[in-house]
Design a protein. Structure first.
Ligand SMILES: *Cc1c(COP(=O)(O)O)cnc(C)c1O
Length: 417
C-alpha cells in the first residue's frame, strides 16, 4: 500500500473531517432535537398509560408524529406502525407477510442489490420452505420489468423491491412495480429508507402496500423507524414477530420510544417542507463534484443510472488506483468505499458486482453521500483532494503507466506468484 502527502489545504471555512456519508446515517437536525427534548424529562409518560395525563400527553405526541409521517408518504395515521428502525421494519414486513399468507402461496420476489436486511430475511425464509426469486439488475442498476413479470406466478405472495439503493442511489420504477403487483393481487413491499424525505413518495399513487423507513437517515434519531401497512384496497395482514402487550394494532408489541417517535415526526415534517429546495441544492452540488472529478481525471466512471438517481448520491470508480490507498489518502473526508468489511477481509461490494464491475474496480470505488449540512466549499475541497490523491497514486501505478503508453493490459499474461 502506498501513501501520499497531503498537498491540498482546506480553506478557513471548511472544517475537517468532512462528513459526506449521508447514506450511512445523518446528524440530527437541531430542530428535531428541540422537539424531542421535553419527552425525555418532563413529558416522560408511557403512551400506553390510559389512566393519567402523563400517558395522555405522550400518546398525543405520538399521534401527532404518526400524522406527520403519514403525510410525507400519502398514508393515513392508522397505517403507521412504529419499530426500532428499518432492519426491524423489513423483517416484520417480509416475515409477517410470509407467515400470514402462506396458505395462498410460498413465492417471494426480490432483487440482488437489496439491503442485507431484506436479502438475509429472504434467505432465512428459504430455509423454511419459501421460494425466493432474486431478480438481476441491468448495468445501470435498474431491474427489468419484463424479468419481474416473468417471475410472477400463481404462488407469488410478495414482491419486495427497494425504492432507492443505499450504495449507488439508483431509484427503481416503484410506481410501475406497484401497478404490476396490484393487477395480479400480489402484495408490494418497498424498503424506502433512502427515498423517503429525499424524493416524493406516495403509497397511493405508487400502489405500495407495505413500506419501511428509518428516522436516522432523514435527520432524525437512531433506533426508531416505521412500517407503513396498508389498511384498505387491500387490507394487509402482518403476523407479529414480537409478542407482548399488543401495541401498534397487535403488529409490534413494546413500549413506544416516545422521544424518538416525536423526533421522527418532526424530521418528516421538515423533509416535507424542504425536500424540493434541498433536492435542487444537493443535485447542483453533486453535479459540481462529478463535473470537477471527470474534468480533471481520466478513467473514472459513475456507477448506476444518472437519470434515475437520488439527488445526494455519487458513486464513482477511479480505475487504476488501489482502493485502500485512495481512502487512506483522503482520510479527512468521511465517505464509503466499494469494499465491505466482512470478517476482517475486504470483500468487493455485492451491489457494484451486480452491475458487472470487476473486483479491482469495485474496490477502487467511492460513494459520496451528500446531505443537508454539506456546503459548497466542502464540495470544492473534496473534489480537489480526490483529484490530487488519485493523480499521485497513478504516478506510482505501473498499470496506469502501461495503459497510458497504449499497452492493452487485458492481453498481458501475468505471472502467477
Ligand atoms: C440503513 C438502511 C437500512 C437499515 O436501517 P436501520 O434503521 O439502520 O436498521 C435498511 N435499508 C436501507 C436501504 C438502508 O439504507
Amino acid at each position: 500500500m502506498s501513501t501520499v502527502e497531503n498537498a491540498v489545504a482546506a480553506p478557513a471555512d471548511v472544517h475537517l473531517p468532512i462528513y459526506m456519508d449521508y447514506h450511512s446515517t445523518s446528524p440530527m437536525d437541531p430542530r428535531v432535537l428541540d422537539a424531542m427534548m421535553p419527552y425525555f424529562t418532563v413529558k416522560f409518560g408511557n403512551s400506553a398509560s390510559r389512566n393519567h395525563s402523563f400517558g395522555w400527553e405522550a400518546e398525543q405526541a405520538v399521534e401527532v408524529a404518526r400524522g406527520q409521517i403519514a403525510k410525507l408518504i400519502g398514508a393515513s395515521s392508522k397505517e403507521i406502525i412504529f419499530t426500532s428502525g428499518a432492519t426491524e421494519s423489513n423483517n416484520l414486513a417480509i416475515k409477517g407477510i410470509a407467515e400470514m399468507y402462506k396458505e395462498r402461496g410460498n413465492h417471494i420476489i426480490t432483487q440482488v442489490t437489496e439491503h442485507k436486511a431484506v436479502l438475509d430475511t429472504c434467505k432465512r425464509l428459504e430455509k423454511y420452505g419459501y421460494r425466493v426469486t432474486y431478480l438481476p439488475v441491468k448495468a445501470d442498476g435498474l431491474i427489468d420489468l419484463d424479468d419481474l413479470k416473468r417471475a410472477m406466478d400463481d404462488k407469488t405472495i410478495l414482491v419486495t423491491i427497494m425504492s432507492a439503493n443505499n450504495e449507488i442511489g439508483v431509484i427503481q420504477p416503484i410506481a410501475e412495480i406497484g401497478k404490476l403487483c396490484h393487477e395480479r393481487g400480489i402484495l408490494f413491499h418497498t424498503d424506502a429508507v433512502q427515498a423517503v424525505g429525499k424524493i416524493p413518495m406516495d403509497v397511493q399513487k405508487m400502489n405500495i402496500d407495505v413500506l419501511s423507513v428509518t428516522a436516522h437517515k432523514l435527520y432524525g434519531p437512531k433506533g426508531v423507524g416505521v412500517l407503513y401497512v396498508r389498511r384498505r384496497n387491500p387490507r394487509v395482514q402482518i403476523a407479529a414477530q414480537i409478542d407482548g402487550g399488543g401495541h401498534e394494532r397487535g403488529m409490534r408489541s413494546g413500549t413506544l420510544n416516545v422521544p424518538g417517535i416525536v423526533g421522527m415526526g418532526k424530521a418528516c415534517e421538515i423533509a416535507g417542507q424542504e425536500m424540493e429546495t434541498e433536492a435542487e441544492r444537493l443535485t447542483r452540488l453533486r453535479e459540481k463534484l462529478k463535473t470537477k472529478l471527470e474534468g480533471a481525471l481520466d478513467y473514472v466512471h459513475v456507477n448506476g443510472s444518472m437519470e434515475h438517481r437520488l439527488p445526494g448520491n455519487l458513486n464513482m470508480s477511479f480505475v487504476y488506483v488501489e482502493g485502500e490507498s485512495l481512502l487512506m489518502g483522503i482520510n479527512d473526508i468521511a465517505v464509503s468505499s466499494g469494499s465491505a468489511c466482512t470478517s476482517a477481509t475486504l470483500e468487493p461490494s455485492y451491489v457494484l458486482k451486480a452491475l458487472g464491475l470487476g473486483d479491482d474496480v469495485a474496490h477502487s470505488s467511492i460513494r459520496f453521500g451528500l446531505g443537508r449540512f454539506n456546503q459548497e466549499a466542502e464540495v470544492d475541497y473534496v473534489a480537489n483532494k480526490v483529484i490530487d490523491v488519485v493523480q499521485k497514486l497513478r504516478e506510482l501505478s505501473p498499470l496506469y503507466e502501461m495503459v497510458k503508453e497504449g499497452i492493452d493490459i487485458s492481453k498481458i499474461e501475468w505471472q502467477a506468484h
